[in-house]
Design a protein around this ligand. Structure first.
Ligand code: ZN
Length: 139
């Protein structure tokens, strides 16, 4: 299910309100969507990007969870102070990994799909990393 904002034409993977501007969302195959300007349809590449981004976000959650759980499992048999330190550290690393992948997915969809061809891979990687280090301002 792909929906598009009637106000700012951002494509979303569902929902009723645009998360960017609060405008109402319509299905991309709605009559209302077909009355939208040509530029909107170039953004349709975002359909696939958004879907790939969502899959990647699921992967990110599983990757983070796996790292955290393996770390905790490894930590428990350790001697007393280290079991707690290890468990807490593993969870922190898991959350950090998830966060990094999540931000990268978000960022990657916007940069990669919208400006594909205009951006070199190195620049993309740098943009992803700088974004991961300084979290984006989200409303
Ligand atoms: Zn909007």
């Amino acid at each position: 299910m792909v929906k598009i904002c009637t106000r700012c034409f951002v494509v979303w993977a569902g929902g009723f309100r645009c998360e960017d501007c609060g405008g109402p969302l319509v299905h991309t195959d709605d009559a209302a969507a077909h009355g939208m300007p040509e530029a909107v349809w170039r953004n349709q590449r975002l359909d696939y990007g958004a879907r790939r981004g969502m899959i990647f976000r699921f992967l990110a959650i599983f990757a983070g969870l796996t790292v955290a759980l393996l770390g905790v499992r490894w930590s428990v048999p350790q001697p007393s102070p280290w079991s707690f330190v290890g468990a807490a550290g593993s969870i922190a690393v898991g959350v950090a990994l998830w966060r990094l992948m999540y931000v990268a997915a978000d960022r990657g969809v916007k940069i990669w799909i919208l400006r594909s061809g205009q951006l070199q891979k190195g620049k993309l990687a740098r943009a992803l990393l700088s974004q991961a280090v300084t979290p984006s301002k989200r409303s």
